[in-house]
Design a protein around this ligand. Structure first.
Ligand code: ACO
Length: 448
């Protein structure tokens, strides 16, 4: 199989959301902390009617319908998620309800979990399958889904929720450059979920930022090394058109891209312009550790990176800024933003993606975008995703109602024997929702 990659995509996020400006005032944070400091505009969240299973059912059903895919044509289904509803039964098995109806139970794959990285693991599994000798000619399907919620405190504004579905096969408009991948995996306690009775993570915010940037540096070095061996020349930012990052909040994305500029400068000072060389020069002797702690370097590199950021990163930031951190779905929501913004001019472009999951696992990889035939082309993907329409038809909650919802969800997490609200008026038509969890913890869903 040639040009294996993403044939089609769809995205779903809850219509229920809260403006960051409103949350900021309610939390007593200084004005601008969430919007400018973190760089976030709005945050989506699940009410009691939705969870990672319902969002996955919604997005998979929608993708199959909108691209006219016969459910019998799916041969592998992989889910990436870190939202644990059941410690044994995978989200994938809930999705089998869609395929069993059509007599298709011959579908490989289960869930992948490691913080925000599970979606990338699932995606690689599907791409590898199509490229392998066990491929049976059918499509792979990847679902990245999470509901990201934090306890009250500084991390709460960095939540979010969404599901993304990606159809995988050959001759794709979004093709993998499979040889171009650099990974960094190590052991860290930056963000983890040891309390099995709570949906909330334990998080060391400062450490998680440093781990993220260290992983980025390491992945970029491995990636550049492989590129050099393959192409016989050094890789620089100018060799790619767009850079897409896992996006817990936009400020970290700004810092990450600036870090790549600093990497290029260290690798080869003549690869950057005079101003950049002059501004970053004083930092060239810092040790690795010192460079992560230096606020001056952070500021200087963000400043010199700004024009390139506006060109190569800004078009990828819309959905993560509007919806929040969607954990496994964040990177792919950022990529979906790029397709939404630039679909008509993307053919022939190279896009670099950086996936990070705390704990930690990270990979930097490369995609090549191509012009292709209906229904699998970039403009149709943009049309099907309808990002603009989905963002416009949202319902803003007051902070009081948001906090009340979070309290109810805390109560419901791991609970049994309840039915959910009968008021489904805020759900768009076609949305799956939770109706009941019975005395044996079995979950039941309906479609609006
Ligand atoms: N106006 C403008 N900017 C402001 C204001 C203001 N009034 N107040 C603060 N800021 C800036 C700060 O200067 C800082 O920006 P800087 O780093 O560029 O200097 C930014 O806002 C955040 O302020 P902090 O004081 O650093 O924020 P705090 O420590 O309270 O929380 C954090 C931020 C750590 C990101 C927290 O939200 C968190 O723990 N989130 C979850 C962890 C996370 O997402 N980690 C990322 C990788 S792991 C993952 O994906 C889960």
């Amino acid at each position: 199989a040639k040009n294996v990659g993403i044939l089609a995509m769809d995205i779903y996020f809850p219509t229920t959301c809260i403006q960051q400006e409103v949350l900021e005032a309610h939390d007593g944070a200084s004005k601008g902390k969430y919007t400018i400091g973190l760089g976030q505009d709005c945050m989506a969240f699940c009410t009691e009617l939705e969870d990672v299973i319902s969002m996955s059912l919604t997005v998979v059903t929608s993708l199959l319908e909108k691209y006219g895919i016969d459910p019998k044509q799916i041969g592998r289904l992989e889910v990436g998620s870190e939202t644990v509803i059941d410690k044994s039964k995978s989200i994938k098995t809930f999705l089998m309800q869609i395929f069993e109806k059509y007599g298709n139970t011959d579908i490989e794959g289960v869930d992948s979990t490691n913080a925000c990285y599970g979606g990338t693991a699932a995606l690689f599994n599907c791409v590898n399958w199509v490229e392998s000798s066990s491929w049976d000619g059918r499509y792979g399907l990847v679902v990245s889904v999470d509901s990201a919620v934090y306890a009250e405190g500084p991390a709460r504004p960095t939540g979010g929720a969404a599901a993304i579905a990606m159809l995988i096969g050959p001759d794709a408009p979004i093709a993998f450059e499979s040889k171009l991948r650099g990974s960094h995996m190590s052991h860290a306690y930056d963000f983890y979920k040891p309390n099995l009775a709570s949906e909330y993570p334990v998080v060391d915010g400062k450490l998680s930022q440093t781990c993220y940037l260290m992983a980025l540096d390491s992945c970029y070095k491995h990636f550049c090394h492989k590129y050099e061996k393959l192409e016989g020349k050094q890789f620089f930012i100018s060799d790619a058109d767009y850079f897409v990052f896992h996006s817990p909040y936009n400020k970290l994305v700004q810092k990450s891209f600036a870090r790549l500029v600093f990497n290029d400068f260290l690798k080869n000072p003549s690869s950057v312009d005079e101003v950049t060389k002059e501004k970053l020069g004083p930092f060239s002797t810092l040790s690795g550790d010192e460079s992560y702690q230096s606020r001056d370097l952070e500021k200087a590199s963000q400043q010199v990176a700004k024009p390139l950021y506006d060109e190569k990163v800004q078009p990828t930031t819309l959905i993560p800024k509007q919806v929040g951190n969607m954990y496994t779905a964040s990177l792919y929501a950022a990529f979906a933003s790029l397709i939404h913004n630039k679909h008509s001019t993307l053919a022939g472009k190279r896009v670099i993606l950086f996936s990070y999951g705390s704990g930690l696992t990270a990979t930097l990889f490369s995609l090549k975008l191509r012009d292709d035939q209906h229904p699998f082309n970039l403009s149709n993907i943009a049309k099907v995703m309808n990002v603009e329409g989905k963002l416009k038809s949202r319902h803003e909650f007051s902070p009081e109602k948001f906090v009340e919802t979070m309290k109810l969800m805390e109560h419901r997490y791991g609970a049994k024997d309840f039915v959910t609200s009968k008021d489904i008026s805020l759900l768009p038509p076609g949305t799956f929702y939770l109706t009941e969890v019975d005395s044996l913890y079995r979950r039941f869903y309906a479609k609006k």
